[in-house]
Design a binder for this molecule. Structure first.
Ligand code: MN
Length: 233
């Protein structure tokens, strides 16, 4: 048995609907600007005819389960919610054709890509990495995983409220790059592995949060997600 200096970090995992077995999480991939109206509200419209999707990653240690209370994070005055569909990869794949992408899907979940928007925009505009804006501790919130092996979701209402007030409302059919296109493109850069999660991007209506806020998200055909924003650290 290997002897470690201290206890290794735990395996990060998520509950799976209909089973006591948990899904062990490998990597967290995030798609940037994948709904036109959100790209416009960020001041960077997307022209799919000449652009490819882009990605950032977060540490698996940022994973938080739905229902949690997370502290309002340090070093920001503009902490934002982003409601997203999450794809859970269940089979390995590299250089996958879009027509073969469904075979990699294990299931789906609701996700929140929590963001220090002020720091993200400073980094973006200065050409710096996004890590301080995006790879925020406890910022990758995910619901239970809903098994749908081999299924491609191509429509379904997606919405988010803050303290019961509507903030985000869209449909999965408005994704600029759909699920097969994302899996195929991402697999050109990474050998996708079981347990990789792909956050597919947020629609318009992102906005600032305050301590004490309650966030409720929902995706038709997938489920719901809840997050409470606690006091500042
Ligand atoms: Mn996002």
């Amino acid at each position: 048995m290997t002897a470690y200096l201290w206890t290794p970090p735990p395996v990060h995992s998520l509950p799976v609907r209909g089973t006591d077995q948990r899904l062990p999480v490998n990597r967290l991939f995030f798609v940037g600007r994948n709904y036109h109206a959100h790209a416009v509200e960020m001041g960077r419209p997307v022209d799919k005819s000449v652009e490819r999707p882009f990605y950032f990653t977060k540490s698996p240690s940022t994973l938080v389960e739905s229902g949690a209370t997370v502290p309002y994070p340090s070093e920001t005055k503009n902490y934002h919610h982003e409601m997203e569909l999450v794809v859970a990869i269940g089979k390995p794949g590299f250089r996958v054709q879009p027509s073969d992408a469904a075979a990699l899907v294990y299931g789906y979940a609701c996700g929140l890509d929590m963001t220090r928007r002020d720091l993200q925009l400073v980094a973006r505009d200065k050409g710096r990495p996004w890590d301080l804006g995006k790879d925020v501790e406890q910022s990758s919130v995910v619901s239970e995983i809903v098994p749908m092996p081999g299924k491609i979701l191509d429509h379904g209402a997606l919405s988010l409220t803050v303290n019961g007030q509507p903030r985000q409302s869209s449909d999965l059919d408005k994704l600029i790059w759909n699920i097969p296109e994302l899996i195929a493109d991402l697999s050109l850069f990474y050998h996708l592995q079981p347990g990789d999660l792909i956050f597919t991007g947020t629609p318009e209506g992102v906005g600032a949060l305050q301590s004490g806020d309650r966030i409720d998200g929902r995706i038709e055909g997938v489920g719901e997600i809840v997050l409470h924003v606690g006091a500042a650290e």
